[in-house]
Design a protein around this ligand. Structure first.
Ligand SMILES: Cc1cc2nc3c(=O)[nH]c(=O)nc-3n(C[C@H](O)[C@H](O)[C@H](O)COP(=O)(O)OP(=O)(O)OC[C@H]3O[C@@H](n4cnc5c(N)ncnc54)[C@H](O)[C@@H]3O)c2cc1C
Length: 315
């Protein structure tokens, strides 16, 4: 019988890379339109006739190691993981490419949001979230094993109707929130001119390898500090956009320049504040598994390790 994976972020994709290479039978369910999760790039069309704008509004970069490269040599295309500076790597030409390489073109049930797990040992069903069309929610299954990779609070909610040895451990995990601002300017400087107390990271998308952006346009992404983001978490997007844009314009020394495009995104779960300090969680009797950055708390690299570990456990 098949294994079901919930989530096509980098942890789920790393798990898939192991299952694929061993010929296992599996299905992947993802609530968004495509793979990537928090390794995400937003493409904005229609602003400029010369081409689309691109913003890495999730993880701006990640740590990487020769060991991970060696382990994933058969999966990753030559130019996918590229070094930005001595401590940071990015995926090219966009952040989700790392996830796409690991998925290796396997079929993905996208725009399918799972609401709960139903059933019992070795006979699991995934119930989709109800839609407004009046039809009963779709039930997928049965599955012999389920791998959950959504952030810990969301995974906890998915497991509300089932018993599982590790589900209470998820309560100890917490995440930093993050407000991200995306803005493009014509003729803006390529470097920051002032320091900021609001942004923890401010990255010109033009400085990243493999990006194709319209000429003479600078696309910037700013991530607000966790404390600032927490203090403003429930504020309206329009209010946040005004504040973060004003700060971005100030640090770039652009007081009179209007952006060609601007937007904000609120991440309730960005990086992990309190991890589980283990590579993955497994209930071998129920055949329920958890992988993701919540396990090791080391971002993308830790999420990959976690997904690989669950793949090996299943095989
Ligand atoms: C603003 C920001 C900055 C960051 N900075 C860094 C950094 O500098 N360095 C670093 O290493 N990491 C950073 N990260 C963290 C990094 O992005 C994550 O650690 C990593 O992407 C987590 O991967 P994952 O697969 O564990 O989870 P996710 O990427 O969250 O994947 C989970 C997937 O599950 C899907 N899903 C959730 N619920 C359901 C459901 N009910 N049904 C179906 N699908 C579902 C989601 O849509 C998602 O695609 C940052 C993240 C953000 C948002």
């Amino acid at each position: 019988m098949k294994t079901a994976l919930i989530g096509a972020g980098v942890a789920g994709a790393a798990c898939v890379s192991v299952l694929r290479s061993r010929g296992a039978d599996f299905c992947v369910f993802e609530k968004s339109r495509g793979p990537g999760g928090r390794l995400s790039t937003r493409r904005v069309s229609g602003v400029l006739p010369q081409g689309d704008l691109h913003y890495d509004h999730g993880a701006p970069a990640f740590t990487w190691s020769p060991e991970l490269s060696a382990q994933l040599a058969a999966e990753l295309k030559h130019e996918t993981v590229r070094q930005l500076n001595p401590d940071a790597w990015v995926a090219s030409p966009s952040m989700p490419q790392l996830v796409k390489d690991l998925l290796g073109g396997c079929p993905l049930s996208a725009q399918v949001e799972i609401d709960t797990l139903e059933g019992s040992t070795g006979q699991w069903y995934l119930k989709e979230k109800s839609k407004s069309d009046g039809n009963p929610p779709v039930l997928h299954g049965p599955f012999s094993a389920v791998v959950l990779t959504a952030p810990a609070p969301q995974t906890r909610a998915l497991l509300r109707n089932v018993e599982c040895s590790w589900k209470q451990k998820l309560d100890a995990v917490s995440y930093h929130p993050c407000w991200a601002v995306m803005a493009s300017f014509a003729g803006a400087p390529a470097e920051i001119r002032e320091t900021s107390n609001i942004f923890s990271s401010l990255v010109s998308q033009n400085s990243k390898p493999g990006r194709t952006l319209p000429e003479h346009v600078q696309c910037w992404v700013g991530h607000a500090h966790p404390e600032w983001s927490r203090a403003h978490l429930e504020a309206e997007a329009a209010v946040i956009q005004e504040k973060l844009l004003a700060e971005l314009v100030r640090v770039l020394g652009l007081t009179s320049v209007q952006p060609l495009h601007a937007a904000v995104h609120r991440w309730r779960y960005s990086t992990v504040a309190n991890p589980l300090h283990c590579t993955a969680l497994a209930d071998p009797v129920q055949r329920l598994f958890f992988a993701g950055d919540a396990c090791l708390g080391t971002g993308v690299a830790g999420a990959v390790e976690s997904g690989l570990e669950v793949g090996r456990m299943l095989i």
